[in-house]
Design a protein around this ligand. Structure first.
Ligand code: NAP
Length: 368
């Protein structure tokens, strides 16, 4: 069966095949990334919620090469059944120049994770990653008896990392801390100092520290938040095309793993032999620091693969509460569905109420 024209235009921009049968006459949302069709949890979460609410909407992965981003943006703009899309790595910044409008937070953060297509076909960018984190920390999540923290007001937060996710979290968090402050620590100090300057300008409450100062600042924080990739599962590529692993590392101490060529035979064994001394030094420093941090301090990681990172394990085994990034990913998706991409649709269907939001959240947890 030939594809309808608007779907064919989208299909021409992407490398994965769209399943026309599952689209039918439905309205469309989805996720733009390099290869979301191979790993993203978002289609399962969103489609689970659409089924539960009996909405005729399909959520599709769009694997797109960077060179096709402008044509894909045009195809999304031109199709009346497109409601909006999520954006994931590596396009959260690159997509911005192809949009018609950015909301204030996305402009501050300089990245977009959600795009709404308005009724007149304009694409408007938002960034709600940091909002998802706040929701997952402060609101009781399905399966929990109470929220991870009752309030963030007045506490100091140690934020590790200064990449895209850290930027979104920092701008939302700094606002919620009120009189508390944000202490930003990153492997590359320049990014931490630059982010702290921008936060200071907007909210007045951030400072940056060097990696070797973390032992002095971590015990003073009410919450320690890992927004770096230290502890992330899977094989990671370095900028020079080599590969390495960050999973055995804790975010509380430096990580300098050896990077090997992709063609390295027996990569895992050779990588571990070469990086073992560095992993041991990182873990020892992390255990000692975790023990020196007051028990009341919360340990929170944006990573959800693995479920418990080394940082979270060290936190839990030294008596701290710990939380991974699953709740953040779900809260961010629930908010993007309820408050952004499907907002108009839910309003017309009389479903724009708190019980619908709760239903979306619960079905997304069930669909994980
Ligand atoms: P990113 O922009 O690539 O930033 C990576 C960060 O990790 C940078 O601060 C980088 O420091 C740091 N880093 C990388 N390798 C390091 C090493 N060997 N030692 C110390 N620091 C290192 O990535 P991102 O988009 O911000 O994502 C960060 C993490 O958050 C990822 O694991 C991602 O999966 C997770 N995340 C989760 C959610 C959720 O909803 N739960 C949402 C977004 C992201 P440099 O500046 O020195 O390179």
């Amino acid at each position: 069966m030939s594809l309808p024209k608007d779907i064919a235009r989208i299909q021409a921009c992407i490398s994965n095949s769209l399943d026309h049968d599952s689209i039918g006459n439905k309205q469309i949302t989805g996720v733009i990334g390099d290869t979301p069709s191979t790993y993203s949890k978002s289609p399962a979460l969103w489609n689970g919620a659409f089924r539960a609410l009996r909405l005729g909407i399909a959520y599709l992965p769009f694997d797109v090469h960077e060179s096709r981003l402008p044509t894909l943006a045009r195809a999304l703009r031109e199709s009346d059944r497109v409601m909006g899309v999520s954006v994931t790595v590596p396009y959260k910044t690159k997509i911005m120049e192809h949009l018609d409008e950015l909301d204030a937070k996305a402009k501050q953060i300089k990245a977009v994770n959600t795009i709404v297509r308005t009724g007149d076909g304009r694409l408007v960018g938002y960034n709600t990653d940091g909002k998802g984190l706040l929701e997952s920390i402060l609101r009781t999540q399905p399966g929990q008896a109470r929220p991870f923290m009752e309030t963030l007001s007045g506490i100091d937060v140690l934020l590790i990392g200064a990449g895209g996710a850290a930027r979104s979290v920092a701008f939302y968090l700094a606002e919620a801390l009120k009189k508390g402050g944000l202490i930003i620590c990153n492997r590359t100090p320049r990014s931490a100092f630059s982010l702290a300057e921008q936060i200071k300008e907007a909210f007045g409450n951030a400072r940056a520290i060097e990696e070797d100062e973390i032992g002095r600042w971590a015990p003073k924080a009410g919450l320690i938040l890992n927004c770096s990739t230290k502890g992330q599962g899977g094989i990671r590529k370095t900028t020079d095309g080599k590969i390495m692993i960050l999973e055995p590392y804790s975010a509380l101490a430096p990580a300098n793993p050896v990077a090997l060529e992709e063609s390295e035979p027996e990569f895992h064994r050779n990588w571990l032999r070469a990086s073992l001394a560095d992993i041991e030094a990182n873990n020892r420093a992390s255990w000692n620091l975790a023990l020196s941090i007051p028990r009341e301090t919360g340990f929170c990681d944006l990573i959800y693969h693995p479920e418990e990172t080394v940082f979270l394990r060290h936190g839990r085994l030294s008596g701290h509460r710990s939380l991974n990034g699953k709740g953040m990913l779900i809260a961010q998706a629930a908010d993007a569905l309820f408050d952004k991409i499907c907002r108009e649709h839910l309003h017309k269907a009389g479903l724009d109420n708190p019980s619908t939001y709760q239903r979306v959240l619960e079905t997304m947890y069930q669909s994980w």
